[in-house]
Design a protein around this ligand. Structure first.
Ligand code: AMP
Length: 283
């Protein structure tokens, strides 16, 4: 695996590579890698001829400065995992590569309702930051396929919208969420959980399964209420949202018709760590 630290060097290298390996797959990450990330590398290796990954902890997507400061960094381990997975190139950009003019006055993306709902509502500015970094990374790598995890359901929708707004010709492949054996969605932030919080954190998946098995046509509020209570009694300190939402728009569904594809999404804090997860509720 070759490591690049400057976008200009990466671009020159990939120009050459494209002649031999016409389909380039790209897996952007913030590091502290786990098997969920590696599953995206595996997918890229199957669907493309050349796999590029990046590690960049993007300051503009953190609305909470403490979350940014405490974001886990395990670069040596990450490099070893990517080597083993067969990643071809790792891009470790400098902040000046991603934000050559600083981060003060960045262009805004017209994301519409998507950035007002759920994560957008609870993390103001987060999705603008995500679009900034992904757009710049795509400019540097110019991949044919972009691999994203459905663990970040709303992020997948936001990036699809950003691709539409910018007219970028890149295919999006969404990969299912990888879970620990007890059901907790793999996440870099899980490293910050103490043993008790780690054990209790599985309640987030149980609450999603509870909604999945209990949903039927009619009012959704009672299910949402019970799922929220389950999280609190399992030791979650604060629940940002439990939502049953339209799978295509993420608008909340108050009365389900029994046929519209929907998704249950949760964001909640345990032991000072904010976790998110979701499950599809296709009839
Ligand atoms: P992150 O490093 O958290 O920004 O994540 C980088 C990519 O990995 C994103 O596309 C995430 O959606 C994806 N990802 C994170 N956790 C998982 C998981 N448990 N299973 C599958 N993909 C994941």
């Amino acid at each position: 695996m070759i490591i690049f630290r400057h976008a200009a060097d990466l671009r020159i290298y990939l120009q050459e590579i494209r002649f031999q390996h016409p389909v380039i797959g790209f897996v952007p990450t913030m590091g502290a890698l786990h098997q969920g990330h590696i599953s995206l590398i595996d997918r890229s290796k199957k669907s493309s001829n050349f796999t590029v990954s990046s590690i960049f902890i993007n300051p503009t997507q953190f609305n909470d400065q403490q979350d940014f400061i405490k974001y886990p960094v395990t670069l040596d381990k990450d490099i070893a995992q990517l080597e083993i997975a067969g990643c071809d190139v790792l891009f470790l950009p400098q902040i000046s590569d991603i934000y050559p003019n600083g981060t003060a006055a960045l262009e805004q993306y017209a994301l519409g309702r998507l950035e007002k709902l759920l994560e957008g509502h609870h993390r103001p500015g987060h999705f603008q930051g995500v679009c900034q970094v992904v757009n710049r990374l795509l400019d540097a790598v110019q991949p044919d396929i972009l691999f994203l995890g459905q663990k970040d359901y709303q992020q997948c929708m936001v990036i699809a919208k950003m691709l539409e707004l910018t007219g970028k010709q890149v295919a999006l492949q969404k990969a299912p969420t990888l879970r620990e054996t007890d059901g907790l969605a793999m996440s870099s932030r899980n490293m910050r959980l103490d043993p008790v919080a780690r054990k209790n954190a599985t309640a987030i998946y149980h609450a999603l399964q509870f909604i999945q098995s209990g949903i039927q046509a009619g009012q959704t509020a009672p299910l949402i209420q019970s799922a929220t209570e389950q999280l609190i009694s399992a030791g979650f300190d604060n629940v940002d949202y439990v939502s049953i939402a339209d799978a295509d728009t993420l608008e909340p569904i108050e009365v389900w018709d029994g046929v519209t594809p929907c998704v249950a999404l949760i964001a909640a804090f345990i032991g000072g760590v904010r976790l998110i997860d979701n499950i599809s509720l296709y009839p």
